[in-house]
Design a protein around this ligand. Structure first.
Ligand code: NAP
Length: 480
């Protein structure tokens, strides 16, 4: 039996582990550096943290949850869901917590990976699967004086729940997906907030609603009804993903809706001007909120669009030289999205380092397979993030494909598998052409590597990815 080691126990690790276990591949172990499972849904506990993808779709197709309390579930509920699925499928007892992988080396003679941990210990496995995610390492801005601040200051993804922020003046640096969720909560709780916005985002209304008791009764009794809701949401999100281009009709409709949303919620023309993006819609992630604009328009909130140039012991200085006195600083500045597997020293067949291979940006066939790195699979790898849609749907597709590779390894009594270099090259060419023509190439965003390569996103809708990964094509791989 193939032994499978999975790095990370977030949604990605869970998706693969469940798929393997459901198919009878029992020799599965997961290494998690944290003390709990859940990945980003364990780490992001800022007030208002939740998912901007509707929960019936942001869940496994084989594990619908008839008890979601609302259409867009909040962090705690999603984290509970992850725990339940992990328990139900027997994943939880296979997780070793506090086990941080620092290195992995392919041993060609033994056809196995030697995995090294932070405490110096090692384990060997036939197959190594990375599920470390794309958005797990908080990105801190490099602002002079950042260390000198004397009050509480923390990243949104590492919320300091011990910090007393009540009634204080809070600086929020950044105005992306996390800020959009947390700022309204701070304002509602009575905090004075200074939002430092580097670029405005397009914001669409969020069709959120609580699920009533009759909803869950219906979902319990007639599971098809929840499947129908999931299917409807999926179909809408597919159109949304196709319409990310400003030139597409859907993109134009989205832009019109976003501008109407802004006009209806922000009456002050000066604030409205600050909040109007000047780049094509979709180039940065489109956000959903009914609460962000009203929060920014509140008298207790100031939106500063000048760059942050310095942090001082009791304030934040903008590019005009004005110091904004604040008690707390929250850095909602996103994640080191180009990190991929950087924090792990991965050595492939010829002694080559994965970090060296990826100097100009990460790439992998179908986001999962790298030539020269046999028996290494990557979940939520390069070019599998979405500008719109559910990453869980993508993770399931990836897990199914990986499972077929394991099926074939075992059936054919092969010891190793890797994608062929020519298939990888063809795929990369095709993907690069699509990506360079995509809307993401038209502004600064975190989807791009400093080399210019768009490494994060899958271009287009999710169905083509699911189709492409549905059936393993053995000739694309070298089996030995
Ligand atoms: P983000 O969208 O990358 O936003 C970071 C914000 O910080 C941006 O406004 C950025 O401005 C700003 N920023 C970065 N460095 C700065 C600096 N030096 N000075 C001033 N501003 C700076 O990060 P995020 O809000 O944490 O979200 C990241 C991703 O996580 C999302 O796109 C999404 O994929 C995921 N997420 C998802 C949800 C969900 O509901 N599913 C919720 C939260 C996060 P620029 O725009 O100018 O770069």
């Amino acid at each position: 039996m193939t032994s499978i080691g999975i790095i990370g126990a977030g949604f990605g690790g869970l998706a693969v582990a469940v798929e393997m276990l459901r198919s009878g591949h029992d020799d599965v172990r997961l290494w998690e550096r944290g003390g709990d499972l859940g990945g980003v849904w364990r780490d992001n506990t800022y007030p208002g943290a939740g998912c901007d993808v509707p929960s019936p779709l942001y869940s496994f197709s084989y594990e619908p949850n008839p008890n979601w309390s609302r259409r867009y579930a909040l962090q705690q509920e999603i984290h509970d869901y992850i725990r339940r699925v992990a328990d139900k499928h027997g994943v939880t007892p296979r997780i070793s917590f506090g086990r941080e992988v620092t290195a992995a080396t392919w041993n060609a003679d033994a056809t196995e990976w030697t995995v090294t941990f932070a405490d110096g210990s090692t384990e060997t496995v036939d197959l190594l699967i990375s599920a470390v995610g794309q958005l797990s390492e908080p990105a801190w801005p490099s602002i002079p004086g950042i260390e000198s601040f004397e009050g509480p200051s923390f990243h949104s993804a590492r919320w300091d729940h011990d910090a007393d922020i009540h009634g204080r003046t809070v600086a929020v640096v950044g105005s992306g997906a996390s800020a959009v969720q947390l700022v309204p909560h701070l304002v509602r709780d009575g905090e004075r907030v200074v939002v430092f916005q580097r670029s405005p985002n397009y914001l669409l209304p969020k069709p959120d609603m609580p699920y009533r008791r009759w909803h869950s009764a219906l979902f319990h009794r007639l599971p098809m009804s929840q499947q129908a809701e999931r299917g409807g949401i999926w179909a809408i999100m597919e159109q949304f993903a196709r319409g990310l281009e400003a030139s597409s009709p859907v993109g134009k409709v989205n832009r019109t809706i976003a501008m109407r949303h802004l006009h209806s919620q922000v009456k002050d023309p000066e604030l409205r001007a600050k909040l109007t993006p000047d780049y094509p819609i979709g180039c940065k992630r489109i956000l959903f909120s009914n609460e962000f604009y009203p929060a920014l328009a509140a008298p207790t909130v100031e939106v500063v669009t000048e760059a942050v140039t310095e942090v001082r012991p009791h304030g934040v200085v903008d590019a005009t030289g004005r110091e904004h006195p604040v008690d707390v600083v929250v850095y909602a500045t996103g994640f080191d999205s180009q990190d991929f597997l950087d924090s792990i020293d991965v050595t492939g067949a010829s002694g080559e380092k994965l970090a060296t291979r990826w100097t100009d940006g990460a790439r992998a066939y179908l986001g999962m397979y790298v030539p020269g790195f046999p028996n290494l699979f990557v979940t939520y790898g390069p070019n599998t993030n979405l500008g719109g849609g559910s990453i869980i749907y993508m993770l399931e597709a990836q897990a199914r494909h990986m499972r077929q590779v394991v099926d074939r390894l075992e059936a054919g009594q092969f010891d190793s598998v890797e994608v062929t270099a020519s298939i990888d090259e063809d795929y990369d060419r095709e993907l690069s052409e699509k990506l360079e023509r995509s809307v993401w190439a038209s502004c600064e965003n975190w989807y791009r590597h400093p080399s210019g390569r768009i490494t994060s996103n899958w271009p287009g809708a999710t169905l083509p990815f699911a189709r492409r990964t549905r059936t393993l094509e053995p000739t694309e791989f070298a089996w030995a």
